[in-house]
Design a protein around this ligand. Structure first.
Ligand code: ZN
Length: 266
């Protein structure tokens, strides 16, 4: 074998080793595939139940670098696959965009992860049932045990208070910071004339909370329409029920997951 051929074979071999290594690492080094799957499944679940439509997003804190987070490229939630999940830095800049479009409202996630070290996942939805509570004086409250996380209080954030007339979107870090400050230590915040954000200690918890916030809003409107006084969960009942719910969350998650997987296999 001539020197030249041996040299070319060596180059090809090194290149193959580099490619195999990149494949083994995956596009998101250090991120467990199960976490990526939770983001994908969570997006499909919320789309299936009409909590998310063509808009809205699910994210998770990046275990490889907890100042970073993971979310899909700009895409309707029902269409998200594992290949669409990207990493973002603490200010919401994509780590390796590779030409992919990113969500305008990624600053919601960036600023909440920065302000809340306990939060491991964030869902932003334009949940239809919730909108009336974002624009009226009726506070959203926990009407039964599944949305117990609402009993601690649900702040309403009005973008106009700090930023005047906008297109209503959280399109930069300043607006995201204002929203994160208004969320405080709560699980859910409503955004006036826009939607809501649910946070949690896991993707499953944030998805559960986004789903049951929508259900609670629907039921509360029905209870108010009955025209008599409504009895809500107290703060203490809410804290106790929320702790129980988080312990048994896999039961409902596995049911939802099976349902969306059956849908996609049809
Ligand atoms: Zn939005």
């Amino acid at each position: 074998m001539s020197h030249r051929i041996r040299f070319l074979a060596g180059v090809l071999l090194s290149w193959a080793v580099v490619c195999a290594h990149a494949q083994a690492q995956g596009p998101l080094p250090g991120v467990p595939p199960a976490l990526v799957e939770d983001i994908v499944v969570g997006s499909h679940i919320l789309a299936e139940f009409g909590v998310l439509d063509g808009f809205g997003h699910v994210s998770a804190r990046d275990p490889a670098d907890p100042s970073h987070f993971l979310m899909a490229r700009s895409l309707a939630p029902a269409l998200v696959t594992a290949d669409d999940i990207m990493a973002f830095d603490q200010d919401g800049n994509p780590i390796d965009a590779r030409g992919r479009a990113v969500f305008l409202e990624r600053f919601i996630h960036a600023e909440i992860y920065k302000a809340r070290p306990d939060v491991m996942a964030v869902v932003h939805a334009h949940s239809p049932s919730v909108i009336p509570f974002s624009v009226s004086k009726a506070p959203l409250r926990a009407i039964y045990h599944n949305p117990a996380f609402l009993a601690a209080g649900v702040p309403v954030w009005d973008i106009a208070q700090e930023f005047g007339a906008t297109d209503m979107l959280v399109r930069n870090n300043d607006i995201g910071r204002s929203l994160a400050a208004a969320l405080g230590d709560k699980a859910v915040i409503l955004m006036r004339g826009h939607g809501d954000v649910a946070v949690g200690p896991s993707v499953k918890a944030a998805v559960y909370r986004a789903y049951y916030t929508d259900v609670d809003a629907r039921l509360q409107a029905q209870a108010i329409a009955l025209g008599t006084e409504v009895t809500y969960l107290t703060v203490e009942e809410g804290a106790k029920a929320d702790a129980t719910n988080l312990m048994v969350i896999d039961r409902i998650w596995n049911l939802w997951k099976q349902r969306v997987q059956l849908q996609t296999s049809k």
